[in-house]
Ligand binder design. Structure first.
Ligand SMILES: [Zn+2]
Length: 156
């Protein structure tokens, strides 16, 4: 039986059946959480099955994604680290030397991308453009191509 506080508790991921696909509402009901929470997860990058309408979610992928996200939150990354979502890693990693690209997304936000030296997964995290010089200093040793470094400084 549901109680009044159930929507505030952390979802029990063991309720997700890995072999099942879910609509967003079904996933919310399965986990006994608000639909808006599932919608937020989707905005934060929870994998969905491409070109499905209504959107369908693979149970195994959703479970893995939320597990990794909880872990990442528990163990925050150092400035020069990324959280690697690669199956063998699922931990903080520094990018391979020479693999890092800094991109300007818009006037406020940029992204840092690299490759995991352990599992070859793509690493990515965002940053605020106001911190770009700090980011540049932090990742100087990891950046492969100086042109990539300069690109974000050039107005689009
Ligand atoms: Zn990795």
């Amino acid at each position: 039986m549901k109680n009044m506080t159930s929507k505030k508790r952390k979802a029990n991921l063991n309720c997700i059946r890995p072999t099942h696909t879910y609509t967003m509402r079904e996933l919310a009901n399965t986990l006994d959480i608000a639909l808006s929470t599932v919608q937020r997860w989707k905005r934060l990058g929870m994998p969905v099955i491409p070109e499905t309408n209504p959107v369908l979610i693979d149970g195994a992928e959703a479970k893995q994604w939320e597990k990794a996200r909880r872990l990442a939150r528990k163990r925050p990354c150092a400035p020069n680290q990324f959280y690697c979502f690669g199956a063998q890693c699922r931990t903080q990693r520094q990018a391979a030397i020479g693999s890092v690209i800094i991109r300007k997304s818009n006037s406020n936000l940029g992204s840092i991308e690299g490759i995991c030296p352990i599992c070859d997964s793509n690493l990515r995290k965002g940053f605020a453009m106001k911190d770009v010089f700090e980011v540049e200093a932090t990742f100087e040793a990891y950046i492969g191509n100086v042109l990539d470094l300069l690109r974000y400084r050039t107005p689009p």
